[in-house]
Ligand binder design. Structure first.
Ligand SMILES: *Cc1c(COP(=O)(O)O)cnc(C)c1O
Length: 363
């Protein structure tokens, strides 16, 4: 049984959070940490909130083994602001950057970067509707590129890099919005990592950015204050009012990850959930998985029904069975199950049970 009439939530983001965390949040709403101030009513300049943000940043550092000389920032504006901000800060005059375009989000990142400098797609998977991510050797990087950008998990198409992409020795910039803290990530192999929180880390409205000393050194004078990473680094992510609520929730989500086996535990659970669902998809021709074998995402699983006319019934009946958020993005259509850290394996077991039943009735 799901607590308090909650559905099995497979939404792509904002996404389901561990129920324990939802309860901790509801307890903090009227009175945060015994301060007498409610969670949404406490000053970001108070010691009470300073302890929250220190804890959140500390947990990011330890869970992801962030090197000591890297900066961890909690910003606003979503990953979408980072599309522009990364290029703006990292590309100097006459600068260039190469992008691995493996889905809609990388297309959007490249579009914004083009406003700043000479940015191009070193690889583009749109011809096959983004069914896979590139292998090393499928692309080449310009000798004078300042960095290489990739999207580690393609939320809409359900594909994911399962290797660190070759960057020809150039700094790597990654949009890790939909798999951060859900799969292994070697921070030291990257110079800039960014992620909206609303998939694996917490609610919407908080954006994690992790910068190497090289990335910080690239920020140049004359940038708009709020778009200059140094502004936020100098003020501990509190140059202006941060998303106090979101940072609190992020801290609690990471606390939950720590209490449940750390990053390793999360990675193991996510692999188990994904193999459960992919095994079902491979069992029968009734289902048509979108992503090609080696590129399958453990976070977002996308598929069609062989008889696409049944997809509406599938979604309606799923909903009636307490399974929500399964409608695929229009770029693929069909079904998408997002299974981030907060999604329990029981939800995936329930989904697979429903799929077998649906097939037996309609197959
Ligand atoms: C959801 C998502 C985004 C967009 O994030 P916003 O916070 O809405 O700007 C960008 N990139 C990826 C990979 C995503 O999954």
């Amino acid at each position: 049984m799901q607590p308090e009439g909650r559905i099995h939530n497979f939404g792509a983001g904002p996404a389901v959070l561990p129920y324990e965390v939802v309860q901790e949040v509801s307890e903090a709403l009227p009175n945060l940490s015994g301060s007498g101030f409610g969670l949404m009513e406490v000053s970001h300049r108070s010691d009470t909130f300073q302890a929250v943000i220190d804890s959140a940043i500390g947990r990011v550092r330890s869970l992801l083994s962030v090197p000591d000389d890297y900066e961890v920032l909690l910003l606003q504006g979503g990953a979408s602001t980072q599309f522009y901000m990364t290029a703006l800060n990292l590309i100097g005059e006459g600068g260039k950057a190469d992008y691995l375009v493996s889905g809609t989000w990388s297309e959007k990142a490249l579009k914004e970067a083009k406003r700043v400098g000479d940015c191009v797609a070193a690889w583009d998977g749109s011809d096959e509707n983004f069914r896979s991510v590139p292998s090393d050797g499928d692309y080449s990087i310009r000798a004078d590129a300042d960095y290489v950008h990739y999207t580690s998990n393609n939320t809409l198409f359900g594909t994911q890099f399962h290797h660190l992409p070759d960057s020809a020795g150039k700094p790597r910039v990654v949009d890790a919005s939909s798999d951060i803290c859900g799969v292994p990530l070697d921070v030291s192999e990257h110079d800039l990592i960014y992620a909206g929180a609303q998939k694996n880390l917490g609610p919407s409205g908080v954006t994690l950015a992790i910068l190497s000393p090289w990335a910080l050194s690239r920020c140049h004078d004359g940038l708009p204050t709020m778009l200059d990473y140094r502004t936020h680094a100098a003020k501990g992510s509190m140059f202006n009012t941060p998303n106090t609520f979101g940072i609190f929730v992020l801290d609690k989500v990471l606390d939950w990850v720590e209490r449940n086996g750390g990053l390793e535990g999360a990675v193991e659970r996510n692999r188990a959930k994904a193999s459960l669902l992919y095994n079902e998809l491979d069992r029968s021709d009734f289902w048509r998985p979108h992503a090609h074998g080696g590129s399958r995402s453990v976070m977002n699983v996308t598929w069609r029904l062989s008889n696409t006319e049944l997809e509406g019934d599938f979604l309606n009946e799923a909903n009636d069975s307490g399974l929500g958020g399964l409608k695929g993005h229009r770029s693929v259509g069909g079904i998408r199950a997002s299974m981030y850290n907060g999604c329990p394996i029981e939800s995936v077991e329930t989904l697979v049970g429903f799929m077998r039943d649906f097939e037996s009735r309609h197959g």
